[in-house]
Design a protein around this ligand. Structure first.
Ligand SMILES: Nc1ncnc2c1ncn2[C@@H]1O[C@H](COP(=O)(O)OP(=O)(O)OP(=O)(O)O)[C@@H](O)[C@H]1O
Ligand SMILES: [Mg+2]
Length: 369
């Protein structure tokens, strides 16, 4: 049964209250009524009865309708307040509306009451809906600002890491190479020359591999050349070489080239989810699966590790610098998809990302390659 409309009557005359209740019932309202006529009772009932509409007489013995209006507005500003009075001149009616009353109805014309209440309730519902929409918009803006802040921090962190690796690893290698070349220039006998050349070749080989790793970390060239499956397979193979747990990779053979936004988003989500599983899960096994059907690409990253509280991790990430779990959703959204993370402490984690392939304006460039 739907909730009945809660109507609070500020009315000292019992017979009038009955007429008002009768008028509303006749107009199809299923309502419950409470009646008060003192300030103390009004204060108490607004709190305990939580009326959806207040109908008030204008003149009350020892109290006044205008005072009641002011009180209700201060206690419950969104509750509509309608004067129902036998004596309300035009001037006072205008004054009451100015003070925030929703409407006024004469006791001699109670046939208008139903439509007045209905309109007031509709206006309140509209205001509530508008306020909710505004709050949601403000929250979205707030989220956006936090996201931008996190993105900038993550970008700075990545740049700092890159600068450090270039300086420490590649820079060191070139310094060593320079020293070796100086010594080579001064080398007298062929044996020493040969040793120096070998050392130079070793340094160059190691610097090359460092640069290769750096560039793979920044953006795997396979992704652009051969697509998602190939890039993800070699990423998994590279990770598996140093990991102590089993990492399995499966992909539907019919997955060809996809829109670049989907390929990069899916790759990054898989990369982050795998890194998280290796770093945090204490799993025995991680499984990465790519599935495709006519209209969706699905990525599943599953581990059998210790699981975690996804909601708490998201909340923490919103205020911090972590781009991990919270960033997955944003990555997916940017490519038109979405991510669902299911994890329970003690029973592993499953990250599922889905990307619709038939979004408007989304066609795979150079498909078939
Ligand atoms: N597969 C997983 N198993 C268990 N815990 C996880 C898993 N993935 C994430 N977590 C938990 O969620 C937290 C947040 O993960 P998130 O990826 O956002 O941050 P992070 O990995 O700590 O840092 P980064 O920003 O470098 O990714 C982790 O610190 C970890 O406690
Ligand atoms: Mg992480």
């Amino acid at each position: 049964m739907p909730d009945r409309l809660r109507v609070l009557l500020v009315e000292d005359v019992g017979a009038d209250a009955e007429l008002i209740a009768h008028a509303l019932k006749r107009d199809g309202f299923d309502a419950v009524f409470e009646r008060v006529y003192t300030e103390a009772d009004l204060t108490a009932r607004v709190a305990s009865f939580v009326p959806q509409v207040v109908l008030s007489d204008f003149s009350l013995p020892g109290y006044s309708g205008m005072a009641a209006l002011e009180l209700v507005q201060s206690l419950s500003p969104h509750t509509p307040f309608i004067f129902v009075s036998g004596t309300i001149g035009e001037e006072r009616a205008i004054e009451s509306l100015k003070c925030g009353a929703s409407d006024y109805v004469l006791k001699t014309n109670l046939a208008r009451l139903g439509s007045a209440v209905r309109r007031a309730l509709e206006r309140t519902a509209e205001r509530t809906a508008r306020a909710r929409a505004e709050a949601e918009l403000a929250e979205a803006h707030q989220r956006q600002r936090m996201l931008s802040r996190r993105l900038i921090r993550a970008q700075e962190r990545e740049r700092a890491e890159l600068a450090r690796e270039l300086h420490d690893e590649v820079g060191q290698a070139f310094t060593a190479l320079k020293i070796q070349l100086e010594m080579l220039r001064r080398a007298k006998d062929p044996d020493e020359t040969s040793v120096r050349i070998d050392e130079c070749a070793d340094i160059v080989a190691s610097a090359l591999s460092q640069v290769r790793n750096l560039s793979l970390g920044l953006r795997p060239p396979q992704l652009d050349e051969f697509g998602l499956v190939s890039a993800l397979r070699s990423h998994v193979e590279r990770m598996a070489r140093t990991a102590t747990i089993e990492i399995a990779f499966e992909a539907d053979p019919q997955i060809g080239r996809l829109h670049p936004d989907i390929e990069i988003a899916c790759f990054r989500i898989a990369q982050e989810s795998l890194t998280n599983a290796l770093r945090h899960a204490e799993a025995r096994r991680v499984r990465i699966v790519l599935r495709i059907n006519a209209d969706t690409l699905a990525l599943i990253v599953q581990d059998d590790g210790r699981g975690f509280d996804v909601h708490a991790a998201n909340e923490k990430a919103l205020n911090g610098t972590s781009m991990g779990v919270a960033g997955l959703q944003e990555r997916a959204l940017l490519a038109g998809g979405f991510v669902k993370i299911e994890s329970e402490v003690g029973s592993g984690t499953e990250v599922v990302a889905r990307f619709p392939l038939k979004a408007p304006g989304r066609t795979a460039p150079g498909s078939g390659g």
